[in-house]
Ligand binder design. Structure first.
Ligand code: CO8
Length: 256
């Protein structure tokens, strides 16, 4: 299997598992990622952690060897398949955390950009190097990177293809935190526990509202926020959270 999915503690851990090819995304791997995200959505977990097998890479991008001789229709289908697979993370019931444990190049970085959060080990190195192949990003990079780091930085990364190391990636807001190399999974779990005890309903609505901010003019975005926050207010978890505050006790959220 090119992808492994396991439950560890209260988290689902998806591991890209083609270390001999630096976990590059061939058609089989994209298909297995898609299935694994579907399976994770049915698991009783609080977050999905995504990482790469081996000591070198999170994921070195789309499988370049699979691109040889590919016709245009297959190329477009491939891009759409990758995009729709990564987009599943937007609507996944639980937040996702990309644990970047080495190279995250091209499609590998695009998978991390589609995740809710990004963590990097000190040896992480991220890039959209497609330009060096005479290509450009096709798994969402031109759309998600500017939304995360701004247009100027995104253009510079995409047009030079340069490699950004962990420290700079954190400084520009591309990754949220750096974590230790040795205890990276435990560190990722500790990070996820900063939000994973909250109501999945409230977390989901908050994610949705923030995502809408980036594609909506302010006056419409404020209307959307009023609507979505009203929905959140109607949840049982909101009533529980407010009651618990008044009764000076910890809330017991049921994700409804
Ligand atoms: N695809 C296929 N195989 C790969 C890839 C890849 N992206 N990256 C590495 N490998 C393979 C190598 O060929 C090598 O295999 P072998 O031992 O059989 O020759 C093995 O992995 C180890 O790689 P290296 O020996 O190159 O390892 P290094 O440590 O020397 O270098 C690098 C690591 C710097 C990450 C280097 O491997 C590299 O530059 N890889 C290519 C990265 C790249 O260009 N990625 C972008 C690909 S394009 C993309 O992602 C676009 C997405 C949208 C596609 C739209 C649909 C088509």
């Amino acid at each position: 299997m090119a992808v492994e999915l396991q439950q560890q503690e209260e988290f689902a851990v998806l591991t890209l598992n083609r270390p001999e090819a630096l976990n590059a995304l061939n058609a089989e791997t994209i298909g297995e990622i898609s299935e694994a995200i579907d399976q994770a959505s049915a698991m009783d977990v609080r977050a999905l952690i995504i990482t790469g097998a081996g000591e070198k890479a999170f994921c070195a991008g789309a499988d370049v060897k699979e691109m040889v001789g590919i016709d245009l229709i297959s190329k477009k289908l491939k891009a759409e398949r990758g995009q729709s697979t990564f987009a599943k993370l937007d609507t996944l019931r639980v937040p996702s955390v990309a644990l970047i444990n080495g190279y995250a190049f091209g499609g590998g970085l695009e998978l991390a950009l589609a995740s809710t959060f990004r963590l990097a080990t000190p040896r992480a190195a991220v890039a959209l190097p497609e330009i060096k192949l005479g290509l450009m990003p096709g798994y969402g990079g031109t759309q998600r990177l500017p939304r995360i780091v701004g247009e100027a930085r995104a253009l510079e990364m995409i047009m030079t293809g340069r490699t950004v190391r962990a420290e700079e990636a954190q400084a520009i807001g591309l990754v949220h935190r750096t974590v230790s190399e040795e205890n990276r999974l435990a560190d990722a779990f500790a990070f996820a526990r900063e939000f994973s005890g909250f109501s999945l309903v409230a977390l989901g609505y908050a994610r949705e509202a923030v995502k809408r901010a980036l594609s909506t003019p302010l006056h419409e975005g404020l209307k959307i926020e009023a609507e979505i926050s009203t929905l959140a207010f109607q949840s049982e978890d909101a009533q529980e959270g407010i009651t618990a505050f008044i009764e000076k006790r910890s809330p017991k959220f049921a994700d409804v």
